[in-house]
Design a protein around this ligand. Sequence first.
Ligand SMILES: *Cc1c(COP(=O)(O)O)cnc(C)c1O
Length: 373
Amino acid sequence: MSVLPAACRAAECAELQINLKAVANNYQIIKKRYKGRTCGAVVKADAYGLGAQTIVPVLKKQGCRLFFVAQANEAADLFPLLRGGGRIAVLNGVLPGDEEFFIENDVIPVLNDLGQIERWSNLCREYERPAPAFIHLDTGMNRLGLAPREVSELVDRYSSLLYGFEKAGYMTHPVAADEADNPITGEQYELFMKWYRRLPPAPRGFCNSSAIFRNDDYHLEFCRPGLALWGGNPTPESTNPMRSVVKLSAKVLQIREIDAGETVGYGGTWRSERASRIATIAVGYADGWLRSLSNAGKLRIKGHDVPYVGRVSMDAIGVDITDLPGKPLRPGDMVPLIDDKMSVDDVASAAGTIGYEILTSLGHRYRRVYTES
Ligand SMILES: *Cc1c(COP(=O)(O)O)cnc(C)c1O
């Protein structure tokens, strides 16, 4: 009986460590920086792939009481965690027919068009309950929220439209707050303020992670950080103010010596210029280790760069360890893929993507370990 779990553990090829203390620290770092009233947390997509069931209680313990998800079914998964405090809001809005789910489960919809506002107002009057809803004004994303023409109509008819329910707040979403010098952030903020002045008062929310670090004027009454909580750099042009949360390591499966002129991996896209030593590492695109890291990623082992060679395959990558000094790597050794020296953002930039995609792609084959230090 006792043999089985140990045997299973030995068989794990890769380990994903998620530092819950760092998540808690990051929430406090943001809270300290944020001059507004309510610091929420965006935990959509299973807390960006890190495990909402574990992360939400950690944030709740830090005092977070407002959680944003994208979809209604993600909200349902959080109900048992939020007993005794905490509300969930659904960014994707409330589609026709879904209204009862929201009101009966105390989920806050983010109303994204006039039809959603009208239906919510009617429903609340029917239930004789002024249930809260956010109103999303689109200042430039052209993704979700009331388009400018709808905002004009809302301004003209708010006494009948914004009636019968509690205005939890107005929100808008910045297009490019991660870019320090992009003037669009300020322009979106000004438009949001211009619209707000013509509407009945309610709390306002502008900020994602990056916007919090750009300008205190943007803080307003509530904010919606996501990526920075998981250690992503909200200010990519300068030092990361956040603590790193994720560590990923994988086992060496094989070491081989190849001659000059041999290729590695599918398609033979990398060819050795000299006799080389190649290590095969147990992580691949089936683990969300993106194929665009082929011939582009690198490991950082004890201060040395170890480049990926050849294509990322489903379950393995090759790395060139010819120049790695010190004790030779051996099958079964763990090598770091993400850690303090090789951040999620570093991996993302090698893959030609963003940290968000690296995190939300992290697969389910890893052994997941939550740490507290
Ligand atoms: C995902 C999302 C956020 C969080 O953005 P981060 O950049 O991860 O901080 C905030 N608001 C909305 C509307 C979102 O969709």
